[in-house]
Design a protein around this ligand. Structure first.
Ligand code: MG
Length: 282
């Protein structure tokens, strides 16, 4: 079944059952992963064949298109804090991106005409499965649906001018997400996953989620003490060392035609190309 997609609504229908037609509805309706896994297990070869088609025939959209919010962590990796000459904070620092930033696998990152310092940030993203408020770190896992990759695309010139993040990180297309969601039970150890970024095949980020100052469960705990987390909300957990503006001997920013590839162990590979705003079809 490698490189095949199983269409769950079709599979369910063939078995006389019904599943929502979108992943967001599936998560929001609180359908348990075990229930879905059982359905796939119980389906015979014939039904699996009817419900499957090759990945190459699909165009992948972002796995979540309309989360109620995207919360992002700043300075959450020891190696990245170090390259910025800073210490990791004693409490998580977070900010938000609007959902209009979301694009999917192979979609284009649009470089606005007045941005000169466009940069990438490879991040592990948490997808919330259940409403969470004031949850403990030890109980946080049960509120998580799964994990994906998020590229926290940033306009550094604007970020450093504004001295905060909102404008610099909120442009349309500044949150490529994907290629899919890996459900939490398919990830071996979320606190020890290799994370890599290549720009035009040149390795830029080479780290591990083991370097996070606050692990995903601590992050969910802290954020849930501020705001209610809702199903499908996305938490992007910060980036490791190797971002473009911190490169030595000199910074390197993204230009039109650059291909950014991010790989996180167990989560797959997210690939996007940069295009100039004035090259877009109007
Ligand atoms: Mg970031």
């Amino acid at each position: 079944m490698k490189d095949e997609i199983v269409c769950l609504p079709t599979l369910a229908e063939e078995m006389g059952k019904k599943l929502p037609s979108t992943l967001e509805a599936l998560i929001s309706n609180g359908i348990e992963l075990a229930e879905i896994e059982k359905l796939v297990e119980d389906a015979g070869t014939d039904i699996l064949e009817i419900a499957s088609f090759p990945l190459r025939r699909a165009r992948l959209k972002a796995p979540i298109l309309k989360p109620s919010k995207i919360v992002c962590l700043g300075l959450n990796y020891e190696d990245h804090a170090k390259e910025r000459g800073k210490a990791t904070p004693d409490e998580p620092i977070f900010f938000m991106k609007p959902r209009t930033t979301i694009i999917g696998q192979h979609d284009q990152i649009v470089k606005p005409s007045f941005v000169s310092q466009l940069d990438y940030e490879a991040e592990l993203a948490v997808v919330i499965g259940k409403r969470a408020k004031n949850v403990s770190a030890s109980g946080a896992r049960s509120f998580i649906f799964g994990y994906t990759i998020l590229n926290d695309v940033s306009a550094r010139d604007i970020q450093f001018k504004d001295k905060q993040w909102t404008r610099a990180k909120s442009f349309d297309t500044f949150a490529p997400i994907g290629p899919s969601i890996t459900t939490k039970n398919q990830v071996r150890n979320v606190s020890d996953l290799k994370i890599h970024t290549w720009v035009n095949n040149e390795l830029r980020q080479d780290s591990t989620t083991a370097f996070m100052a606050f692990n995903v469960f601590e992050v969910v705990h802290h954020i849930s003490h501020v705001m209610t987390l809702e199903p499908c909300d996305i938490i992007s957990t910060g980036t490791p060392a190797g971002v473009g503006f911190a490169l030595k001997p000199k910074p390197q920013f993204l230009q039109e035609g650059d291909v950014v590839v991010i790989e996180i162990e167990d989560l797959g590979t997210l690939r996007n190309t940069v295009i100039n705003e004035d090259q877009l079809d109007s």
